[in-house]
Design a protein around this ligand. Structure first.
Ligand code: UDX
Ligand code: ADP
Length: 448
C-alpha cells in the first residue's frame, strides 16, 4: 500500500522534527502534525526563529517543507480521518498518582489519543507508537481501538524514536538504525513493509531492523537505560577521582580507547537530564518489579541513584566551598538546558542545583542562550511554589544576555556545555565547572 497522507498526533520534541524530516524526504506524502496545544501549533506555523523546538538545522527543514506537504494544525479529528498512517508522538511522563506513581509511565495521553482515533476513524489505519512506551502498550492501544473503533481495521506498529536532542536532524537524516516492530500476522507484516517503504526514501535498507512489537518497545527502554548507565558509571568514578587525585577525563580517555568500550558517552557531568533517561529507567524498574525481578530492578535503579548523588555532590561542593552558608553570595548559573543545542530543560540538573543553592541562601543570576525566561521561571515555580517559600524572584534573576553578567561575582556554576561560554573570561571569579568546559576536571575551581 502506498501512503498518501500521514497524521502525527503530538507536535513536541519528537513529533515536530521527525515529521518535518519525513515530509522533506517524502515530498509526495502530505504530513499533518496536530496538537491540542494551540499555542504550540501557532508557533510551528510562525517565524522560523521562534519555532517551539530549537534544533540545529530544523528551521531549514521546516522552511523547505512547510506549506508544501508539511502542515501543522489543531484540527486533530480531520487529520486522523484523512490519513492512512497515524503516528502517536504524545508525552508519556512518569505517573504522579495512582498505582506505580513515581515509577510507571502515565499512559493517559496515549490512551486519550487512541480513543480519539477510534472515535474518528472510518477507514483502515496503521497506527504507530513513536513515544517511548512500556512493553505491551501496543496491546492496550489495540484493545482500545478494537473496542471503541467502528468499522475500521487497525494495525499497530512500534517505531521508537532514537533521536537525541541537539542533534535531532542529523540523527533523523542518518539514523544508526530504524526499528520497526509489528505483528507476525500477514496484515501486520504488510503494515511493517508500508512503513519500511517510507524510510527507504533516505535510510539504507541494512539500517532498518524489524522485530516483534515487544522487542521493539523494550529495545528503546533498554537502549536508554544502557546509555544512562554509562554516564552513571563514569560519574561514580568521578567521585573516586576527586578523592584519589586521578583525573576523570584522563580515566575516561583511557577506558574509552578500548574498542570494546568505545569513547562515546563517557563524559563526566553534573548528571544526565532530559525527558527520557530517568523516565525510561523508572519505567524499566517498575516493569522488572512487576515481573518479580527485584534484583534486576535494583540494578537499574542504582543508575538513577548515582545520578541524584552526582547532582547533590556538585551543589554541596559549592556550598562547602563557602563554609556551608551561601547567604548574600551571588552565584551565576550558566546554562539551564539539560544539554547544549536545545531549548529543553526537562529534568535538567540545573533545576535541582539552583534549588539547592537558593535554599542555602544564594542570590542567583541565571543565563541560558536558548531557554526562555518564562520557561526558567516555570521550572523554578514548579519546584518551589508548592513549598511556599519566600518571593524567589527577589533572589533570582534571569539575564537576557551573557553580557549582563558581571564576572567578578562570588562564583559561577557552568551547568550546560554551550559553545558561547567557552570564550568568557573567567579569570576574576571562582568557577565550578560541571561540564568540562574549562579544564580536565569536572569540578575545576578557577582563580578567585
Ligand atoms: C536520549 C538518547 O540519547 C536518545 O537516543 C533517545 O531517543 C532520547 O534520550 P537525549 O536525552 O536527547 O537523548 O540526549 P543525550 O545526548 O542522550 O543526553 C542525555 C543526558 O546525558 C544529557 O543531560 C547529557 O548532558 C548527559 N550526558 C551525555 C553526559 O552527562 N555525559 C555523556 O557522556 C553524554
Ligand atoms: P516529546 O518530547 O515526547 O515529543 P512533548 O511534551 O514535547 O513530548 O510533546 C507531546 C505533545 O503531545 C504535546 O505538545 C501535547 O500537547 C501533545 N498531546 C498530548 N496528548 C494529545 C492528544 N490527545 N491529542 C493531540 N495532542 C496531544
Amino acid at each position: 500500500m502506498k501512503i498518501k497522507k500521514i497524521c502525527c498526533i503530538g507536535a513536541g520534541y519528537v513529533g515536530g522534527p521527525t515529521m518535518a524530516v519525513i515530509a522533506l524526504k517524502c515530498p509526495d506524502i502530505k504530513v499533518t502534525v496536530v496538537d491540542l496545544n494551540e499555542e504550540r501549533i501557532v508557533a510551528w506555523n510562525g517565524p522560523l526563529d521562534t519555532l517551539p523546538v530549537y534544533e540545529p538545522g530544523l528551521a531549514e527543514v521546516v522552511a523547505a517543507a512547510r506549506g508544501r506537504n508539511l502542515f501543522f494544525s489543531i484540527e486533530v479529528d480531520r487529520a486522523i480521518e484523512e490519513a492512512e498512517m497515524i503516528f502517536m508522538a504524545v508525552n508519556t511522563p512518569t505517573k504522579t498518582e495512582g498505582e506505580g506513581a513515581g515509577m510507571a509511565a502515565d499512559l493517559s495521553y496515549v490512551e486519550a489519543c487512541a480513543k480519539n482515533i477510534a472515535k474518528v476513524a472510518k477507514t483502515n489505519k496503521i497506527v504507530i507508537e513513536k513515544s517511548t512506551l512500556p512493553v505491551r502498550t501496543a496491546e492496550k492501544i489495540k484493545e482500545i481501538l478494537d473496542r471503541e473503533g467502528k468499522e475500521a481495521h487497525f494495525e499497530i506498529l512500534s517505531n521508537p524514536e532514537f533521536l537525541a536532542e541537539g542533534t535531532a536532524i542529523q540523527d533523523l537524516f542518518k539514523s544508526d538504525r530504524v526499528l520497526i516492530g509489528g505483528d507476525e500476522t500477514e496484515s501486520g507484516q504488510k503494515a511493517v513493509q508500508t512503513l519500511i517503504d517510507i524510510y527507504l526514501n533516505w535510510i539504507p535498507k541494512e539500517q532498518i531492523l524489524t522485530t516483534n512489537v515487544w522487542s521493539s518497545e523494550l529495545s528503546k527502554l533498554a537502549s536508554n537505560a544502557m546509555l544512562a548507565q554509562r554516564i552513571s558509571s563514569i560519574n561514580s568514578l568521578s567521585a573516586l577521582c576527586e578523592k584519589t587525585g586521578a583525573d576523570i577525563d584522563e580515566l575516561s580517555k583511557a577506558i574509552g580507547m578500548d574498542h570494546r568500550i568505545g569513547p562515546k558517552f563517557l563524559k563526566a557531568s553534573v548528571g544526565f537530564g532530559g525527558s527520557c533517561f530517568q523516565k525510561d529507567i523508572l519505567n524499566l524498574v517498575y516493569l522488572c518489579r512487576y515481573y518479580g525481578l527485584d534484583e534486576v530492578a535494583e540494578y537499574w535503579h542504582q543508575v538513577i541513584k548515582i545520578n541524584d548523588y552526582q547532582k547533590v555532590r556538585f551543589a554541596q561542593k559549592i556550598i562547602d566551598h563557602f563554609g556551608g552558608d551561601l547567604t548574600g553570595k551571588i552565584i551565576a548559573i550558566l546554562g539551564w538546558a539539560f544539554k547544549a543545542n536545545t531549548n529543553d530543560s526537562r529534568e535538567s540538573p540545573a533545576i535541582y542545583i539552583a534549588e539547592k543553592l537558593f535554599k542555602a541562601g544564594a542570590i542567583l543570576e541565571i543565563f541560558d542562550p536558548m531557554v526562555s525566561k518564562e520557561s526558567i521561571f516555570k521550572d523554578i515555580d514548579f519546584y518551589w511554589e508548592a513549598s511556599g517559600t519566600e518571593d524567589l524572584k527577589l533572589r533570582i534573576s534571569v539575564l537576557d544576555s551573557v553580557n549582563e553578567l558581571d564576572l567578578s561575582i562570588d562564583a559561577v556554576a557552568i551547568l550546560t556545555e554551550w559553545e558561547a561560554f567557552k570564550s568568557l573570561d573567567f579569570s576574576k571569579t571562582i568557577v565550578f565547572d560541571g561540564r568540562g568546559i574549562l579544564s580536565s576536571s569536572i569540578y575545576s575551581i578557577g582563580k578567585g
